[in-house]
Ligand binder design. Structure first.
Ligand SMILES: Cc1cc2nc3c(=O)[nH]c(=O)nc-3n(C[C@H](O)[C@H](O)[C@H](O)COP(=O)(O)OP(=O)(O)OC[C@H]3O[C@@H](n4cnc5c(N)ncnc54)[C@H](O)[C@@H]3O)c2cc1C
Length: 481
């Protein structure tokens, strides 16, 4: 099994990453990326540790593999997948959205339905299956960029000013294709091994050049990653910013400056319908988004625990109004946890034997995520009050004997000395108010698509037949006498 050291060595290559006007020399040893690369390496070490029970023998290769890349072929497989995804999510307390199990689950879904990649003008089914075997044997970390750059949503790429603003094919060669343009927004891209690039937003037949699906090494020649402002380097210490200093995943715009992609790594080619087939006919979308809900559930539990502890330290946890707020938070966390389990309980095998998590439960929870997460943050924000700002400017004030005495005397609680209290409130600030916390607010609202898109999934996957039949039969039971 791949270890954390193997992973760190692999990403120390010649990838072209830009931050603050400079090209990053080595992502594994750069202040913006070292912390999250270290966290990611811990996940690989966890998976390689037999006591974590995250491995199995993959039928596709006959070799040991990480569960998170496996095709669930029974309900027990789904449970094992959840256990593995949860083990990773617990390690990061749900604050890493794009650990390798996210796109890993998508690729497993793709590989369960190779026929979806054979229905276009060319047959790419063997490519998808070969790539899945690569993930099983090599435990690759794949990130994805499946959204056109936010230029204008009034039209699609063919109508935009300028050629190949969205990543598209500019040249077809005997051994592959040449891709030019940009795609958003690869969370974890700078520290991934490879990136899956495609387009989940609906395109038109005029956009065929952009209707692609392929994987590309982050270090591919001509591929550039432009990162948003990193938060980890600005954080003064892990005491002051315990989340920013560990889990700042980075988000990056990809720019393809005529990047060559060999045919073996192409899954969809100039095939608008193929884009939809890969995500929705294969089961990849529901499986990948079930992983996202497993991770989200762990994060909500963490936020609930944080709020409970803050209320206890401030001595307000016996007040009925506070109990109501904590009860609401507990309800939100329980609902998402229940949806995760309900998806497993209502899972069923499809015609290819892939056990798909129940769609109603997965998309129901997703559909409310843009309200659920801001509400959870708002309750935590309400409970912390000004306590998150009644803290010393940094850990340096704690170390300075001239300031420490006042800190110990005034910033304490009956059940928590200064160091403990400040530690907790700084964590609460990193979750709610820091730039990292703000980015997470945006992430949970948008990572699976804008709220109107995600509610569309809930609409399409609820299954209105039964409730409609119920209403019809009730209406049929009475008349104008
Ligand atoms: C922190 C973060 C991390 C991300 N990570 C990834 C990643 O790893 N990989 C990836 O591929 N993508 C990622 N994304 C991108 C994400 O998938 C997109 O943000 C998402 O698909 C929404 O697209 P958009 O941002 O272009 O919003 P838009 O489509 O521009 O929508 C913005 C808003 O405009 C309004 N709107 C637009 N169109 C309509 C319409 N037709 N009807 C009604 N209202 C409309 C809505 O209010 C909507 O919320 C990430 C995003 C964030 C914020």
């Amino acid at each position: 099994m791949r270890t954390g050291a193997d992973y760190l060595a692999a990403i120390s290559d010649d990838r072209e990453i830009y931050v603050d006007g400079e090209r990053v020399r080595d992502v594994a040893d750069h202040p913006a990326f070292r912390p999250i690369a270290t966290t990611m390496s811990e996940l690989f070490d966890l998976a390689a540790d037999p006591s974590s029970k995250m491995t199995f023998t993959a039928p596709e290769t006959g070799a040991e593999a990480n569960r998170i890349y496996g095709i669930p072929r029974s309900q027990a497989d789904l449970t094992a997948f959840r256990d593995a995804a949860q083990a990773w999510a617990r390690h990061t307390h749900g604050w890493v959205g794009r650990s390798p199990d996210h796109v890993g689950a998508f690729v497993a879904g793709f590989a369960a339905h190779p026929e979806a990649f054979a229905a276009g003008e060319r047959d790419f089914s063997a490519n998808v299956q070969a790539y899945h075997r690569e993930l099983l044997t090599q435990s690759k970390y794949v990130s994805y960029a499946i959204i056109p750059p936010q230029v204008s949503r009034a039209t699609t790429a063919h109508a935009w000013e300028g050629d190949f603003v969205q990543a598209g094919v500019v040249e077809e060669k005997p051994d592959g294709i040449v891709v030019r343009g940009a795609q958003m927004l690869a969370t974890g891209g700078p520290i991934a091994d490879e990136i899956f690039v495609s387009c989940i937003k609906p395109l038109t037949e005029d956009d065929r050049d952009f209707a692609l699906g392929f994987v590309v090494p982050v270090a591919a020649e001509g591929l550039k990653l432009y990162c948003r402002r990193p938060f980890a380097p600005a954080a003064t210490s892990s005491y002051d910013y315990p989340l920013s200093t560990r889990y700042d995943e980075t988000d990056a715009l990809l720019v393809f400056d005529d990047v060559f992609i060999p045919w073996e790594k192409v899954f969809v080619y100039r095939d608008v319908a193929g884009l939809r087939r890969q995500f929705f006919d294969t089961g990849a979308h529901v499986l990948g988004n079930w992983q996202a809900q497993i991770r989200f559930s762990v994060k909500l539990q963490f936020i609930t625990g944080l709020a409970r502890k803050v209320a206890a330290i401030n001595g307000v946890d016996k007040f009925p109004g506070v109990i109501e707020k904590l009860g609401e938070l507990a309800s939100l966390a329980s609902l998402v946890e229940s949806a995760v389990l309900a998806a497993e309980y209502t899972a069923a095998p499809d015609e290819a034997g892939l056990w798909r998590p129940g769609k109603r439960a997965v998309y129901g929870a997703m559909g409310l995520q843009a309200e659920l997460y801001p509400r959870a943050l708002s309750i935590l924000r309400d409970l912390v009050g000004g306590g998150v700002l009644q803290v010393p400017s940094s850990v340096a004030d704690m170390r300075n004997p001239a300031t420490r005495a006042d800190i110990d005397r005034y910033i304490y609680s009956p059940n928590a000395p200064a160091e403990e209290r400040i530690k907790l409130f700084k964590l609460a600030w990193d979750a709610t108010g820091s730039e990292f916390g703000g980015r997470h607010h945006q992430y949970e609202m948008f990572y699976a698509g804008a709220p109107f898109v995600v509610k569309g999934y809930a609409f399409r996957n609820y299954g209105f037949e039964e409730p409609l039949a119920d209403v019809e039969s009730f209406l049929a039971g009475y008349h104008v006498d």
